[in-house]
Design a protein around this ligand. Structure first.
Ligand code: FES
Length: 111
């Protein structure tokens, strides 16, 4: 199990923020949905066609992730909040034990 911090409005105490325990081997989006985290719509269910699972990954984890592929980079042009440093699509982040403590910021809206 790893721990993931979802932070809303740059404030861990803000409504929508969550501290989640998750098994590895699933996507960040799946972990968020399983835990009922607000702020990740994921309308396409992880098929990389909606860009409503946008998160901003904080360091040091952002630099540990495999780079986004061309399809993810293309979808990041369609997020509601323009691309930020650390912007990724949660459905494309596979959780591993190395990501224990992963911290991501949630956009105010996915639409
Ligand atoms: S869930 Fe649709 S692009 Fe990630």
């Amino acid at each position: 199990m790893i721990t993931i911090h979802f932070i809303a409005n740059n404030d861990p105490a803000a409504q929508g923020s969550a501290l989640v325990k998750s098994k590895t081997g699933k996507s960040l989006m799946q972990a968020a949905h399983a835990a009922g985290v607000d702020g990740i719509a994921a309308d396409c269910g992880g098929s990389l066609t909606c860009a409503t699972c946008h998160v901003m990954v904080r360091e040091p984890w952002a630099s540990q992730l495999p780079p986004a592929n061309a399809d993810e980079l293309g979808m990041l042009d369609f997020t509601a909040l323009p691309r930020q440093p650390g912007s990724r699509l949660a459905c494309q982040i596979q959780l591993t034990s190395a990501l224990d403590g992963l911290t991501v910021d949630l956009p105010a809206s996915q639409y």
